[in-house]
Ligand binder design. Sequence first.
Ligand code: SF4
Length: 256
Amino acid sequence: MTGDPGEDGLLWATLFRDLGVEVVPPASRAAAGAAFVAGEKGDQAAPGRSASATDFALRDLALAADPAAALETLRVEVIGDCRRCGLCEGRTNVVFGVGHPRARLMFVGEGPGADEDAQGEPFVGRAGQLLDRIIVAMGLSRPEVYIGNVVKCRPPGNRTPLPDEAATCLPFLRTQLAIVKPEVIVALGKTALEGLLGPLAGGITALRGRWFETQGIPLKATFHPAYLLRNPAAKAPVWEDMKDVLGRLGLPVPKR
Ligand code: SF4
């Protein structure tokens, strides 16, 4: 986000179009009775919720003074009982994201697994416990950072999200990024990286350690914790990546 209404307007218009949301120009808002009006795909009211409750202003959410309230509005009013892609069919819970609403650091994974689907929280299984240990080794705590995923519903059998599923869900993550405004993003694995940046040449082994940028935020690519569980030797390069991240945040590297 740049603060430039032209550039930001283009980005938001793209996000709204992806969500199937009709953008009402500010001059027409009073007449329309809402800043943004749910379109055919956007009318995702949970049972018993009025259509007007799904009228929302994602851009206003990003500009909101209270990021915790904005995230809650996004979770409840915008996403709700989302059925925008096929992943809704097998999920138990929409796994929204968790953490500090103004976290300086955001971790982004690929999607919920079985434990996350059952508990409705990202990174709570074995891989999540390892991520927690990485966060603690950085001198931080889980409540201090923000953790989200490219898709918010569990893919069947923990398969990789399909490109259209990731693309359909991505506006929600982009809105979370716009609300939280982290100073650094860590993409955990190639699916998360490509979810944010689009297709990239090369595997995660070649891409990890590199800095990218999305929404004006520096983005560090590293291995997914699930990969570290299978390949403990990869913990060393991940720690190098986390030291880089701490440096970008101006934080000291704790002694190990
Ligand atoms: S994965 Fe995202 S877009 Fe698909 S149903 Fe779940 S919340 Fe909606």
